[in-house]
Design a binder for this molecule. Structure first.
Ligand SMILES: Nc1nc2c(c(=O)[nH]1)N[C@H]1C(S)=C(S)[C@@H](COP(=O)(O)O)O[C@H]1N2
Ligand SMILES: [Mo]
Length: 578
């Protein structure tokens, strides 16, 4: 270590190679589109197109109707249907109809869900594969809408991302996960507030009785209802006062099982939560959480399909009157409310993607305002390392833009002997470290899970120098609040890659300047000679090929002022523990 102070320039020399990014998405600077393939599911070694589900569902439906009709001619079944008519005897009735709060929250739920689902699908398209194992080894995916991972060349997670249509995703361009996450999380926050209000009001009134079963008889009655629907002789509708058992179970599952499951599996994809929660984070690892999150999406989609179909075929006008006007009659009042509101949804649907592309920075800022503070709390938790050697992933996706400068080539050529890590800025003792000097400092090893924002994860053993040791050596001044990590490599759109961390975040036990990966020096692909590990954050915060670390008071004057290269250029968040 060489003491290089005290006279220090305002910024590390690399600061001059940072670039500012546009506040809009400029499509000619963005990743070129790349189409995926029809979604497929893997059974054992074979992949099957999801399109097969359509004819299969159709055949099942036709056969189901025939079987149900045949069954209804049998005396035993007729006796069963009399015994279990479709709802338990003396079903608790709701006397308050469809009150205003229920209608408003139902509309808000519909409105929010459209954005949540679209942004969620956009997020999925950034790593269009699902796994059950934490390691994301190619070939172990069970669902994908992207070709097999090419071999014989470096194929980064960014290369793997696909484009989906802009009416489906938000904003519907390739690798737009930064913006899609702002939508997904911000609207989720609103959706959860609405959901809490619904939970409270359901039980504060008699409305819970419509959707919460109170007797086991709900199951035979639900079977009975299913048989009646399937035989195309529908049961009489009593929705104004009570739901039949099948309806009741479907609503109960949606409100009290699918929604909480989505929330829990959503949160468990966060590095800060997953790495902090110990056994829970291991059992519900990121890929399991992601897969279950996706299955919950399918539950919602099928529920919406069945719900809307039944609304339409069991008396559209009466049904709309109940849920949109709160009346139980044959007027047109439900239509009068429904049509303008659904037009509003359609306009918002149509505008969301173009708006996001044009006002990307604004979307980022609104998102940061709505959920930035919540993400900030998660940074306080100390991540843990409780994995063992046998958890180490056989495959670890590479990601990011590789260094290509002559300066870096020269460093590689002589085995990084000329490498110097500069640490300066608002510190009492600015220092420079050679690789040998870093290796001579007390080392730490940790086996941890890496969470890339795009969706993949991987476990590796990292070795190197804990950041708190570096802090103790250089002694940050009282004004220092943030650390800027400058890379030797540029980012995807030119200009130097950098990222900013809060100083407190650098004192976590597992924040590490990694020089070894799985017992070997870190490879060039994974960030040689030194890369950051900060186990409560997403991957892009962990700068690879670190050139310099600078302590600063704030970061508004760096790049576009968002706290990092991907924050500036790809509209990611500055804090990313969730
Ligand atoms: N300099 C630099 N560091 C970077 C990136 C990059 O593009 N440039 N990509 C980040 C992203 S998005 C991830 S997920 C991790 C990937 O690390 P790995 O290649 O070791 O998997 O590095 C991060 N560090
Ligand atoms: Mo990443």
């Amino acid at each position: 270590m060489k003491y290089v102070g005290p006279a220090q320039p305002l910024h590390d020399p690399i600061e001059s190679s940072l670039t500012t990014a546009d506040d809009r998405v400029l499509l000619n600077h963005w990743m070129p589109p790349q189409s995926g393939i029809v979604p497929r599911v893997r059974f054992r070694k074979r992949w099957y197109s999801l399109l097969w589900a359509l004819p299969i569902a159709f055949v099942f439906l036709v056969v189901g109707v025939a079987v149900a009709q045949a069954l209804r001619t049998m005396p035993e079944i007729q006796a069963f249907l009399i015994r279990y008519p479709g709802s338990p005897p003396g079903a608790r009735v709701v006397t308050s109809g469809f009150p205003t709060w229920l209608r408003v929250s139902h509309f808000l739920n519909l409105f929010f869900m459209t954005f949540i689902i679209r942004a969620g699908v956009q997020i999925l398209a950034d790593h269009p594969r699902l796994y059950w194992h934490r390691d994301c080894t190619p070939g172990t995916d069970w669902f994908r809408f992207q070709k097999a991972v090419p071999t014989g060349r470096v194929w980064t997670a960014k290369d793997d991302s696909v484009t989906i249509p802009s009416w489906l995703g938000i904003p519907g361009i390739r690798h737009s996960i930064g913006l899609a996450r702002w939508w997904h999380f911000s609207v989720n926050a609103l959706w959860m507030v609405n959901g809490i209000a619904i939970y409270v009001l359901l039980f504060a009134t008699d409305q819970w009785q419509r959707i919460v079963p109170t007797t086991w008889a709900v199951f035979p009655n639900a079977f009975s209802t299913a048989l009646q629907y399937l035989s195309l002789t529908f049961p009489t509708d009593h929705s104004w006062t009570y739901y039949n058992s099948l309806q009741q179970l479907a609503y109960f599952a949606t409100v009290f099982i699918a929604a909480p499951t989505s929330i829990v599996t959503g949160f468990m994809q966060s590095p800060a939560l997953s790495n902090h929660l110990g056994w829970f984070g291991r059992v519900l690892n990121r890929q399991r959480a992601r897969s279950i999150h996706f299955l919950a999406l399918w539950w919602f989609l099928l529920f919406i399909l069945a719900h809307v179909t039944l609304v339409l075929i069991t008396g559209t006008r009466t049904n709309l009157n109940m849920m949109w006007a709160g009346v139980h009659d044959a007027s047109w009042s439900g239509f009068a409310v429904f049509v303008p509101l659904i037009t509003l949804v359609a306009i918002a649907w149509w505008a969301a993607s173009p708006f996001t592309i044009r006002h990307a920075r604004l979307v980022q800022q609104i998102g940061r305002f709505l959920i930035g503070p919540i993400k900030g709390w998660a940074e306080w938790w100390d991540p843990k390392s409780e994995l063992t050697e046998k958890d180490i992933s056989p495959y670890f996706w590479p990601n990011g833009t590789m260094p290509s400068s002559a300066e870096f080539e020269a460093l590689v050529a002589n085995g990084f002997t000329d490498y110097r890590l500069r640490v300066g800025g608002l510190v009492e003792r600015p220092c420079e470290f050679s690789l040998a000097e870093l290796r001579a400092m007390p080392q730490q090893e940790q086996i941890t899970t890496h969470f890339c924002i795009q969706g993949w994860s991987g476990v590796a053993k990292w070795g190197g120098v804990p950041m708190r040791q570096v802090l103790d050596l250089v002694k940050p001044t009282a004004k220092a609040r943030y650390l800027v990590f400058y890379s030797l490599a540029d980012g995807a759109d030119g200009g130097r890659y950098y990222d900013v961390h809060r100083i407190e975040n650098m004192r976590h036990a597992l924040t590490l300047l990694a020089i070894d990966m799985n017992g070997e020096p870190v490879s060039v692909l994974h960030g040689a000679p030194v890369r950051l590990r900060c186990e409560n954050e997403l991957g892009f915060k962990m700068v690879k090929w670190v050139a310099a670390i600078e302590f600063v008071h704030d970061f508004a004057d760096l790049g576009s002022g968002q706290g990092g290269y991907n924050e500036d250029h790809e509209f990611y968040g500055y804090r990313m523990p969730i």
